[in-house]
Design a binder for this molecule. Structure first.
Ligand code: NDP
Length: 434
């Protein structure tokens, strides 16, 4: 805390991991040696830079850009870029730290990194988004590359932003280094299933948890926060598995549709028209819109998938979910539950899929996009989806096994943290003190 003052989100993420690792140190003291812990919590590199751009009124705007290259023990840095006004060093460091263990859990050769800017894409014209992203990439390009650091999307960064950034990178560097970014459009090197991957992967993971208790998505009631990339495809896959998703949200409020959310309306409003979720009720007047997003967790459900942002479920919201009989939580967003909320879920035997494991499908398919770019191949939707499904099952099984081996049977928070840590720590030990 003294070393990183004012970085509460980063402290929270580190505390969750370190608390889980106690049984590993007790069983294998080698992980206490060579400064593994001291090194793993210190990013290999942090870059912070000015992003100047000119808006549609001719006014010069200045935002702040970040890239945290946290750990490259098992592969090139890999992790998304977030454009949101709340972005600061603490948020990017917490996301980068989590990414190390998540990427390790996928079993693929990718290290951990994250980046972004306090730029707010909301309400900006296409031209302004392009101007900003071009300026952002004009600095970022110095630090990234297909074998060095491969950014992707996150909150506020989707296909449009990746496209503009890729165009600018190509213009500066020359050539077509397809593998420098993932989440690209299909016609210029993207992978099928990448758009769906995080949401689908989260539902695949939760399905494994449910099946272990003889439960399923079929006929269950589901609440999913957010209405962005992760939420939309979590709704899609939950529907495919026979569930009824009754609520979703954006940063202004949430909608409750007892007949089941109409996904086509949400997709059009959010992906095409870039409007607010409140407009859903104009087309579906039987649905109810409520201002403010916290209330979404008071809607009774069997399964809750927080897919918006960090710390969106606090202790009180967790208690409400439990009182209403929730059976499973799958974290589609990064760190959406506070440490106190996680205690409530685990203490009440709610099946709990932590973000590192449950939302790893996005980065897993990003790594598959990198493989396809290197091989100059494009796999079909079905091929990539089958690989994604297999990876999510593996992550689940490895997390279950690690929890068992280290005496915390059924606790996937501990299991995922340990399974992710051991691979990275072994690689760090093998490579000496660097
Ligand atoms: P999007 O920008 O596509 O969507 C984010 C959604 O969450 C929007 O509905 C947004 O509402 C809402 N939201 C954002 N910030 C807040 C806030 N402070 N309070 C309430 N609601 C908020 O992002 P993604 O779907 O890509 O990301 C969602 C989460 O999933 C993030 O935690 C991200 O880190 C995580 N994640 C994403 C992956 C991916 O592949 N995209 C991979 C792994 C994790 P509004 O429209 O009003 O902004």
């Amino acid at each position: 805390i003294k070393r990183n003052p004012h970085e509460s989100e980063f402290h929270q993420a580190v505390k969750e991991i370190l608390d889980s690792l106690t049984p590993v140190f007790a069983k294998h003291p080698k992980y206490m040696k060579n400064g593994i812990l001291e090194r793993i919590v210190e990013p290999e590199r942090v870059v912070s830079f000015r992003v100047p751009w000119v808006d549609d009124n001719g006014k010069t705007q200045v935002n702040r850009g970040f890239r945290v290259q946290f750990n490259s023990a098992i592969g090139p840095y890999k992790g998304g870029l977030r454009f949101h006004p709340s972005v600061n060093a603490s948020i990017i460091k917490f996301l980068g730290f989590e990414q190390i263990f998540k990427n390790s859990l996928t079993g693929q050769p990718i290290g951990g990194g994250k980046g972004g800017s306090d730029f707010d894409p909301k309400g900006k014209s296409d031209n302004e988004v392009m101007k900003f992203t071009q300026s952002f990439m004009t600095e970022l390009y110095k630090y990234i590359g297909p074998d060095t650091d491969v950014p992707a999307g996150d909150i506020g960064v989707g296909g449009r932003e990746i496209g503009y950034m890729f165009g600018q990178y190509k213009r500066i560097r020359g050539g077509h280094e397809g593998g420098v970014l993932t989440g690209k459009g299909i016609i210029y090197g993207g992978s099928l299933t990448r758009t769906e991957a995080t949401g689908y992967g989260c539902v695949y993971f939760v399905n494994e948890m449910l099946e272990s208790k003889g439960l399923s998505f079929q006929d269950s009631t589901v609440v999913i926060s957010g209405s962005g990339n992760v939420s939309i495809y979590a709704i899609d896959k939950a529907n495919q598995l026979g569930a009824k998703v009754v609520a979703c949200s954006d940063s202004n409020g949430y909608i409750y549709d007892p007949k089941g959310i109409n996904l086509q309306t949400v997709k059009r409003l959010k992906e095409v028209e870039r409007k607010r979720i409140s407009e859903y009720v104009d087309e579906h007047p039987h649905a109810v819109y409520t201002e403010g997003c916290e209330g979404i967790w008071s809607i009774p459900c069997d399964i809750a998938l927080p897919c918006a942002t960090q710390n969106e479920i606090d202790e009180e919201a967790a208690k409400t979910l439990v009182a209403n009989g929730v059976k499973a939580i799958g974290e589609g967003a990064n760190m959406p539950s506070t440490l106190e909320a996680i205690e409530v879920f685990l203490g009440n035997n709610v099946l709990f899929g932590p973000a590192k494991a449950a939302n790893a499908g996005g980065v897993a398919v990003s790594a598959l996009e990198m493989s396809q770019n290197s091989m100059r191949l494009s796999w079909t939707f079905e091929e990539v989806d089958a690989k994604l499904h297999g990876i999510m099952k593996n992550i689940y099984q490895n997390s279950v096994r690690a929890a068992e081996v280290y005496g915390h049977s059924g606790n996937l928070v501990v299991g995922a943290n340990i399974a992710g840590f051991i691979r990275v720590a072994d690689a760090m030990l093998a490579q000496g003190v660097v």
